[in-house]
Structures are given as structure tokens and as C-alpha cells.
Design a protein around this ligand. Structure first.
Ligand SMILES: [Mn+2]
Length: 327
């Protein structure tokens, strides 16, 4: 195996010295977050640790099959931990309210692959080259020699698969396929995972998608595509905010579109934006950073206060500026 950063040894050592461990993830958890948390949790339980996982928001239903033991739930009040591990969370704020509850811990370990990571932990392993946090967890388990069981393989394969857009994004590297191959060899159930994650959307999500297809907008010579998700849209379609993962891909996939953007009403004066870029010259992490957010060069987001129209105007202007600079 190629040499690995010293930080991994320090993380492994710290975990070995800890007995009670809480693994936290970001608000609006995605497949990479959930898969990384659960994969690590199962591995550490197998090592005799007392482990729980905790997220502010409910995990999308399609990932429930990974959590057969109900590992992801709010721990009992007053629980303190020897060590808290944050997976896939670019900043302390991204942990949401969970962050405040785990302030009382001996050690905070931050394992992540976001370029925008603020290194908020006591130990920070941030590798922006990796397409998913799932790959980092895989490496951690390998180096620590913690066995990767079939259930762990299911979790980590889900993490790697979802954050690479099923191995389509440019971040996917030869090593990603090797990791995926080894996970399948260790029993990851491809048919089950793909059926649960990609072929089992609720009907409410299809209704939301119908709304999006009839309401999305194109601008700037069709290079920018965007749509709004209002609270009323969720109410009318019966969709949950956790159903929105991947909706942006539908407008990103239009040929002339370079940057796709979703505006989602969180509160009347608070908008969540998601950005995707198809060009190596347009870094949406930098655009999101202008609004206090972050992420990756090709996928990023932010939460922006202000009236919806002013948020839309400012974000679209920033995207146009980036597109013009890339010409
Ligand atoms: Mn991720």
C-alpha cells in the first residue's frame, strides 16, 4: 500500500483509546454522509466500541436499508463522548444543532473531502482529491485493519456511488474503481443498493419532478438553468425536502447548460441554493463562497438570507460573471 498521511495514524490511535464514540454528519445528509457514518459505526462496534450516529435532519428514506439497527438516532440526553467524529461535514456550522450538543467531548475528529473544509476539528483529515468521504473511511478501515464486512461494504459502496454520480463525475479516479471493486468483492450487494438508491423514488418525488420540468428556466444563452422549490411545492406534491437529492441533475444534463442552480425556500427570508458546474473553468465552490457557503469545484451550496428575488438576482449575476470570466 502507498504511504499514508500521519494524520490517519493519529486518528486511529485516538479512536483506539476512545470507548464512547458519536459519529455526526451534516444537515440534509446525502448518501456519502449516511454511508460513511454507518460504515464507520459498524466497523467500530465490531471493535467493541460503544457507537452512535447523529444527524440534525432525518436521513432520506432510500438509505434506511443501510441502517437496520436504527444506529442513526438522537442519543439519550446527557450523553458525553470520549470522541466525536464528523464525516463529510465541511464546517462546524454544517453539523447544525448537533454541533452544540457535542461541544462537550474530549476530542473532535474531522474526516472530509470538501475543498472548503474549515478544519474545525482537533484532528483534521481533509483530502479534497477524494471524490467521496466514503473512500476516506475505506482507507481508514484498511490502514487500521478493521475488517470490512458485507454490511460495511454496502454502506461504503453507497457513499462512493452517490458522491460520484454513479462513477460519472470527473472527480472519479482509478482508485475509486479499485475501492468499488474491492467493496463488491467483500459482498456489497450491487443489485440491492442500486434498486434502493436509484430505482425506488417515492411518487411524490416524481410529482415534484413534473413541476420542475414545467417550470425550470434557462438564461445566459441557455448556459444557466435553474428552478425554485417553494414550501407550497412540497405541500402540493407531498414530497419531503429529503427527496430533493439529485433533482438538480435533470437540468444539469441539458446540453448547453454549464451551471445548474436550485433555489429552495427554507424560510420566507432564507434560501438554500445548490450549484453544479459542468466546466472545469467554472468553480461553483468559489461562487458559493461569495454567499457564505462552499463545497466542491463542481458541486456546492449555500444558505442565503434575504428576499427570494434578491437572492436569485445576486446568485445568477455571480454565475454569469463566472461564466464570462471562463470564456
Ligand atoms: Mn461527500
Amino acid at each position: 500500500m502507498k504511504p499514508h498521511p500521519k494524520i490517519i495514524d493519529r486518528i486511529i490511535e485516538s479512536i483506539r483509546e476512545s470507548q464512547t464514540i458519536c459519529i455526526v454528519g451534516h444537515i440534509r445528509p446525502d448518501g456519502d454522509c449516511v454511508g460513511s457514518q454507518l460504515g464507520l459505526a459498524i466497523a467500530l462496534r465490531n471493535e467493541g466500541k460503544s457507537v452512535c450516529c447523529w444527524n440534525e435532519d432525518r436521513i432520506p428514506e432510500k438509505y434506511n436499508f443501510l441502517d437496520q439497527d436504527g444506529t442513526i438516532q438522537k442519543p439519550k440526553r446527557g450523553l458525553t463522548f470520549d470522541c466525536v467524529i464528523a464525516a463529510d461535514a465541511a464546517s462546524f456550522e454544517r453539523l447544525g444543532s448537533v454541533g452544540q450538543f457535542v461541544l462537550d467531548r474530549k476530542l473532535l475528529i474531522n474526516i472530509d473531502h470538501h475543498e472548503s473544509n474549515t478544519r474545525y476539528g482537533d484532528l483534521n483529515w481533509v483530502s479534497a482529491r477524494e471524490p467521496s468521504t466514503g473512500e476516506l473511511i475505506f482507507r481508514l478501515l484498511k490502514i487500521a485493519k478493521w475488517p470490512i464486512t458485507k454490511r460495511i461494504a454496502d454502506c461504503l459502496f453507497t457513499a462512493v456511488s452517490t458522491d460520484t454520480g454513479s462513477f460519472q463525475y470527473a472527480t472519479t479516479r482509478p482508485g475509486t474503481y479499485h475501492v468499488a471493486g474491492e467493496l463488491v468483492r467483500r459482498g456489497a450487494d450491487l443489485a440491492k443498493i442500486c434498486n434502493e438508491v436509484y430505482q425506488s423514488y417515492p411518487i411524490s418525488r416524481a410529482r415534484l419532478l413534473r413541476h420542475i420540468y414545467s417550470h425550470f428556466r434557462l438564461t445566459h444563452d441557455d448556459q444557466i438553468a435553474y428552478f425554485w422549490l417553494k414550501k407550497a411545492d412540497f405541500a402540493r406534491t407531498g414530497a419531503e425536502t429529503s427527496d430533493t437529492e439529485g433533482l438538480i441533475d435533470h437540468i444539469r444534463a441539458i446540453a448547453p447548460v454549464v451551471v445548474a442552480c436550485v433555489f429552495e425556500e427554507v424560510e420566507p427570508k432564507l434560501t438554500r441554493i445548490s450549484l453544479r458546474s459542468k466546466s472545469g473553468k467554472v468553480n461553483v465552490n468559489e461562487i458559493a463562497a461569495q454567499f457564505g457557503g462552499g463545497g466542491h469545484p463542481a458541486a456546492a451550496g449555500a444558505r442565503i438570507p434575504g428576499s427570494p428575488l434578491s437572492v436569485q438576482r445576486r446568485v445568477i449575476a455571480a454565475v454569469k460573471k463566472a461564466l464570462n470570466a471562463a470564456r
